[in-house]
Design a protein around this ligand. Structure first.
Ligand code: SF4
Length: 226
């Protein structure tokens, strides 16, 4: 897994995204003007022995692209790590940066895209470029049992990665909050359950599309499945 993450950080398959992330790191946001932005592809984070994998969309320009850790330093992360803490998957509820002491237990967090895309909208070509990193992570998680797709794009990416890894879904997975689909294959890990959740983006949490009890229900279900 360390090798996989080193390859992520060194990746230059999307030069336009590398340039965009570097530019954001130079220009910064006023409230973070004293911060040293990460401004590179963001490696995944968590417990390499995890049984639960979370797949988000992409780093936020002033969140993960600043802090260098998934879901850290922006509003999505506030919701996600608090929910993981309530479900017993994180040692603390608050996140700030890579040195905040956060430790995950039994959870690995990754994303469909590792570089922040303009307007949070990756192109199909960029997602294709980044897919091999997700495939490599799947291979490096021997204990995997539950996958949580956070948002439609993260879900689509992990469904494609599971299919490419030889998993066959009992029925076509659909994207809805709390939807569930089981995939199996002949070799270990033999069976994986996919849960889908609305993404904890500000757009969803500020509008009530996603509430804390709704997010808790996803992680409580993951816990029950384990
Ligand atoms: S988005 Fe993915 S494939 Fe593209 S440069 Fe970043 S890490 Fe590489």
């Amino acid at each position: 897994m360390e090798r996989v993450q080193r390859r992520v950080v060194a990746c230059k398959r999307c030069p336009e995204l590398r340039a965009y992330c570097a530019e954001i790191g130079r220009t910064k946001k006023r409230e973070h003007r004293d911060a040293a932005y990460w401004a590179q592809p963001v490696p995944s984070f968590g417990d390499p022995e995890a049984r639960v994998l979370l797949v988000g969309l992409a780093p936020g320009a002033h969140g993960s692209n600043r802090t260098g850790r998934p879901f850290t330093g922006d509003a999505s992360g506030v919701w996600l790590y608090r929910a993981l803490h309530r479900a017993g998957f994180a040692n603390q509820p608050e996140q700030r940066d890579r040195n905040d002491g956060m430790q995950l237990n039994d959870v690995w967090i990754t994303a469909a895209l590792r570089c922040a895309p303009p307007h949070n909208k990756p192109t199909p070509g960029q997602l294709r470029n980044c897919a091999p990193h997700l495939a490599a992570e799947l291979d490096a998680l021997p204990n995997l049992r539950v996958v949580v797709g956070l948002g439609a794009i993260g879900t689509k990416a992990i469904v494609a990665a599971l299919s490419a890894a030889g998993y066959v879904f009992a029925r076509k997975p659909e994207f809805a909050h709390g939807a569930e689909a089981t995939a199996s294959r002949a070799r270990a890990p033999r069976e994986i359950v996919l849960l889908t959740s609305y993404h904890p983006s500000r757009q969803n949490t500020n509008t009530g599309v996603l509430t804390e009890p709704m997010l808790d229900a996803i992680f409580n279900r993951a816990r029950a499945l384990l």
